[in-house]
Design a binder for this molecule. Structure first.
Ligand code: G6P
Length: 612
């Protein structure tokens, strides 16, 4: 969702901000803009479309400035157009603002400003906020910094903002509540951004702003305080991100790069944590919580999108291995349901970004109700990772493609490791099974490599289904969530309507859709429900459906009846989603590319959904 980049220092701000906005393109957006402050005043340029469209209107303009703010907007209030794009000027054009989030009480503020004679160019809540700040500044005759603070005390909602003031050329004012904001600290220069990716090229030293905090850069000094005006020191952290990890590295798209990174990202996720040779699992982040987790009465996973699917895999794993009752909740539903939380309950958030608004809110609610809250996040230092009592990072590296791939397999890897560790501690699995599971996990990266080697064959299948209108994905057990994830991947990036179902549910509805035009993807690996899935395939074939099956090497039965088979190595049933999800990612990717879709930035989607 919206991306923020701001700069103050000795470099040329415009090219730096535009490059930073491109680094944030992956978050999803529909317009972009920049405000620059120099001797000629404060100038705002903005444009519907991509950063490249913004650049085209900047051609030939005098952009020389050492301070500026830039934004990519994902429309919430008002359609994506030039006027609604950020930055927004205040009415007197002294101030300009960029904003990520939603001001929920903007209409009442707007009403009072309209009564005072303010008029608005855009339909946005953001323009209301900057005029509110200007109005306070005028009436209280206070500094812009104080006006921002007073305005934010009145605001209900979520925001990360940066404000620039024409009359204070050495100053940037930022604040956050509920939307991410990172400050980069360079030598005599400062950066603000929604995440560290636009910053790491210049500095690895960052400060994460917390909710209800403001950061003011003034005359080369950074000052952090809360909305009550209490100062806090800047806790500087070093980000470990490398520039190569946020570039395409010779691949056509980030998504395919990230799919191919999975042997490494899964290995990185297990590194130093799982050792099959010494039969050892250690999750440092959970060290102090293992006893409590082993005696947990119930675990509730809260998540959205792909991360929710990882939670469903976790449900099977924890119930099967650790015999703990698990519920998997859409964070957006859980947070508004007055959920029953009892002592001894664990609520575990699964989130790639660690910033998803609904997941954050669900966790906050669970924390208030007394649950122990844990996080499984990919982005180090993210809001969720800082809110939780403890957690485990997935260490998959930056995921730039909007459709999640390597983050999903890393989430499943972490969930599997926790479930095995808890089961071992509880004694719900015997030593033989424990050792077997560890070696099965250790073998996953090599097996993923083998599946990736079939990319060309999977592309050939994708070619035959490029123009399908619909798809059904079916699987059972742990491969039911893998089927859901396969359907989600396809619909996200190819815009083909796709449904995932547990294979046995097919008879209760989806079977009515099956005819010669309906491709059905079956996950038919040799596990405890293999025979039943084979029967389901026969039912689809009897109705002339076209079957693509994910099978194990050496499969005989499915091969006789399916139209196309993709073979994957054998594995323990409990780790199989780590393998079955790979060909489904490749299939979706190639179909989307063949349809000419923008796979890394599919329409309407955002990588990090920071508003509810
Ligand atoms: C968005 C993304 C999905 C992601 C979901 C949850 O919808 O496009 O890829 O699965 O948010 O995000 P999270 O960062 O919490 O895992």
């Amino acid at each position: 969702m919206c991306g923020i980049v701001a700069y103050i220092g000795q470099r040329e701000a415009a090219p730096l901000i535009l490059k930073g906005l491109k680094r944030l393109e992956y978050r999803g957006y529909d317009s972009a803009g920049i405000a620059l402050l120099n001797g000629d005043g404060l100038k705002v340029y903005k444009k519907k479309g991509k950063v490249a469209d913004l650049e085209s209107i900047l051609n030939g303009k005098e952009l020389h400035a050492k301070i500026g703010i830039g934004h990519t907007r994902w429309a919430t209030h008002g359609e994506p157009n030039d006027v609604n794009a950020h930055p927004h000027y205040s009415q007197g054009q002294r101030l300009a603002i960029i904003h990520n989030g939603i001001i929920e009480n903007y209409s009442s503020i707007k009403k009072s400003l309209l009564a005072k004679g303010y008029s608005f160019d855009s339909e946005t809540d953001t323009e209301v906020l900057i005029n509110f700040i200007e109005d306070i500044q005028k009436h209280k005759a206070c500094s812009t910094e104080e006006a921002v603070r007073l305005a934010l005390l009145e605001v209900v909602g979520a925001y990360a903002i940066v404000v620039i003031d024409k009359d204070e050329p050495g100053q940037l004012i930022a604040a956050r509540k509920g939307s991410p904001l990172v400050i980069g600290i360079g030598a005599d220069e400062y950066f603000f951004a929604s995440d560290a990716t636009p910053i790491i090229e210049y500095t690895k030293e960052v400060v994460y702003l917390d909710d209800y905090e403001m950061a003011v850069i003034s005359n080369g000094e950074l000052n952090i305080k809360n909305l009550e005006n209490q100062q806090r020191g800047a806790f500087i952290q070093t980000v470990e991100l490398e520039l190569e990890s946020i570039e395409k590295g010779g691949f056509d798209h980030f998504m395919i790069k990230e799919i191919f990174e999975q042997p490494k990202s899964i290995a990185d996720c297990m590194r130093g944590r799982l050792n099959a040779e010494t039969a050892h699992i250690q999750l440092g982040g959970l060290h102090n919580y293992m006893d409590k987790l082993a005696s947990a009465k119930r675990i509730v996973f809260v998540a959205c999108g792909t991360s929710w699917h990882a939670g469903l895999v976790g449900e099977y794993l924890f119930e099967e291995l650790a015999r703990i009752n698990v519920e998997v909740e859409y964070a957006s539903e859980f947070r508004y349901r007055n959920p029953i939380i009892k002592e001894g309950d664990f609520v575990i958030a699964i989130s790639q970004s660690g910033e998803t608004a609904d997941t954050m809110a669900a966790l906050e609610l669970a924390k208030q109700k007394g649950a122990t809250i844990l996080g499984i996040c990919n982005v180090v230092g993210s809001s969720i990772s800082r809110l939780t009592h403890a957690g485990v990072y997935t260490h998959a590296g930056p995921e730039i493609g909007v459709a999640s791939t390597k983050a999903f397999t890393a989430q499943v890897t972490v969930l599997t490791m926790i479930a095995i560790a808890v089961a071992k501690q509880k004694g719900t699995i015997d030593d033989g099974e424990y050792r077997r599971l560890l070696s099965e996990m250790a073998a996953i990266p090599g097996k993923v490599e083998q599946i990736l080697a079939q990319d060309a064959e999977i592309t050939d299948i994708a070619r035959l289904f490029t123009f399908a209108q619909n798809f059904i994905f079916l699987g059972r057990g742990l491969n039911f969530p893998a089927a859901l994830e396969g359907a989600l991947k396809l619909k996200e990036i190819s815009y083909i309507h796709a449904e995932g179902y547990p294979a046995a549910e097919m008879k209760h509805g989806p079977i009515a859709l099956i005819d010669e035009d309906m491709p059905v993807v079956f996950i038919a690996t040799k596990d405890s429900s293999y025979e039943k899935v084979v029967s389901n395939i026969q039912e689809v074939k009897a109705r002339k459906g076209r079957v693509i099956a994910i099978v194990n090497e050496g499969d005989v039965d499915v091969k006789k009846i399916a139209d196309f088979c993709i073979e994957i190595p054998h594995s323990h049933e409990l780790v199989s989603p780590l393998l079955t999800s790979i060909p489904l990612q490749l299939l979706s990717y190639h179909i989307a590319v063949l349809r000419g879709r923008n796979v890394d930035q599919p329409r309407n989607l955002a990588k990090s959904v920071t508003v509810e």
